[in-house]
Write a protein that binds this ligand. Sequence first.
Ligand SMILES: C[S@@+](CC[C@H](N)C(=O)[O-])C[C@H]1O[C@@H](n2cnc3c(N)ncnc32)[C@H](O)[C@@H]1O
Length: 216
Amino acid sequence: MKKSLEEHAERFSEHAADYDESQDSPEYRAAADLVVGHADAGSDETVLDLGTGTGAIALPLAESAGRVIGRDISEGMLDRARGKAAERGVENVAFGEGRFRDPNVPEDADVDVVTSNFAMHHLGDDEKREAIAEIAALEPRRFVLGDVLFFGEPDPDDPFYSPEVDDPATVGVLADAFTDTGFAVTAVEMVSDQVGVLVGDRIEDRPGIEDPEGEP
Ligand SMILES: C[S@@+](CC[C@H](N)C(=O)[O-])C[C@H]1O[C@@H](n2cnc3c(N)ncnc32)[C@H](O)[C@@H]1O
């Protein structure tokens, strides 16, 4: 991690008021839409959105999911998310403090789907692996990660990220972390050479190949 958690939290809180307007790139929009689409959360399901920010993923997910838990380290971003939920009358979403490696999931929550968009690249690669292991320990049926990540060698003259604060991984590092923690990588969406979406389905929840109805 190139900055401490506190530095990241402070930086995002300072920009919370204009964050939504600043996220207008086609790559960001495409990744956000893909994350929401792949989450495919049902009305009886609980979604945990990590690095939820101002609720760009959590709020649309709340339209179909039964319950959405948004977690972030920035109180400024969380306040904004809460304000938007209140304005829109969304009642099945709760925003609160939580971090990738300590998501602070309420005791009564059984998480079915974990999502995260444009947030994990703030962690170093070892920290990403730890975070993905933490997510796997919640035993969701699916983990959908949209982020700045490298499909090849990024053009040093055209970085989609800020090298001084961001630490994107290669798609290979992330895919290995998924499989090492019990997720089958079931989709990889390449939005650009520096933005993508990975979908991991928990292997234990996938139907057997010989019996697609799910019998072991
Ligand atoms: C670029 S914003 C993305 C917000 C939102 N997911 C979206 O798609 O617009 C990144 C967010 O990740 C949060 N963040 C950074 N490091 C984090 C960590 N270790 N745990 C939880 N949230 C973190 C920041 O506070 C910020 O709100």
